[in-house]
Design a protein around this ligand. Structure first.
Ligand code: PLP
Length: 220
């Protein structure tokens, strides 16, 4: 199947209101252009170095999302153009994004990455840490960061019920924080969960954004 037919076939299976982020890491610009030609406009990358090489070479109406682990000293390089950072898992990172947003005279939309998986390796706020951060109202000190929702990655396992429970937890946390802290803020509305293997479950559990790599572009 061509990339174009994969994009089109996939889009038919995804409900309206769920945004597809095409995760193009490790794939060349020609491949990205094929998805672009099929109408895909939202792309995700997980490495700053790779993103800043690709971004100038590709159409400027692409909406770039950053989905990977983000080091503070690299925020500066993506701050001028990034549309959404999915992977914000500490206040120190928020502080830096705020600084670079300010330097670029823009407000940078971000998702709070929450550690919902069993594995220690997946980064993000723990639910308690994040609740504390929100309760302290510290985020109000960062006007160049706009918190628009949450992101999480489920445990890498064949146990579908476990994955479902983790996504359900993320949705529960989102609902709690929406009502406790963002009830008057319509832009806090995104739940980024679901990848190639687990996106059907994520959608059933309330995902608004799925991050798909392999299913669109093949193995990396
Ligand atoms: C690579 C990556 C994806 C896409 O993974 P696939 O399993 O290839 O769909 C999604 N989210 C993040 C954070 C990633 O790093």
């Amino acid at each position: 199947m061509t990339i174009e037919s994969r994009v089109n076939a996939l889009r038919k299976t995804i409900p309206e209101g769920v945004k597809i982020v095409a995760v193009s890491k490790f794939h060349p610009t020609e491949t990205i252009l094929q998805a672009y030609d099929a109408g895909q406009r939202v792309f995700g990358e997980s490495r700053v170095q790779e993103l800043i090489v690709k971004q100038p070479e590709l159409p400027q109406d692409i909406e770039w999302h950053f989905v990977g682990n983000l080091q503070r000293n690299k925020v500066k390089q993506i701050a001028p153009f990034i549309s959404l950072i999915h992977s914000v898992g500490s206040e120190r990172l928020i502080k830096e994004i705020n600084k670079q947003g300010k330097a670029n005279n823009r407000v940078i939309p971000c998702l709070l990455q929450i550690h919902i998986a069993e594995e220690e390796t997946k980064s993000g706020f723990s639910p308690d840490e994040c609740r504390r951060f929100l309760t302290d109202k510290k985020w109000r000190e960062y006007p160049n960061v706009q918190l628009v929702g949450v992101m999480g990655m489920a445990t890498f396992t064949d146990d579908k019920e476990k994955v479902r429970e983790e996504f359900r937890l993320l949705k529960t946390l989102f609902d709690e924080w929406k009502s406790d802290f963002f009830s008057d803020d319509p832009s806090f509305k995104e739940i980024s969960m679901g990848m190639s293997d687990d996106h059907p479950t994520a959608i059933e559990e309330g995902s608004t954004m799925i991050r798909l790599g392999t299913i669109l572009f093949g193995e990396r």
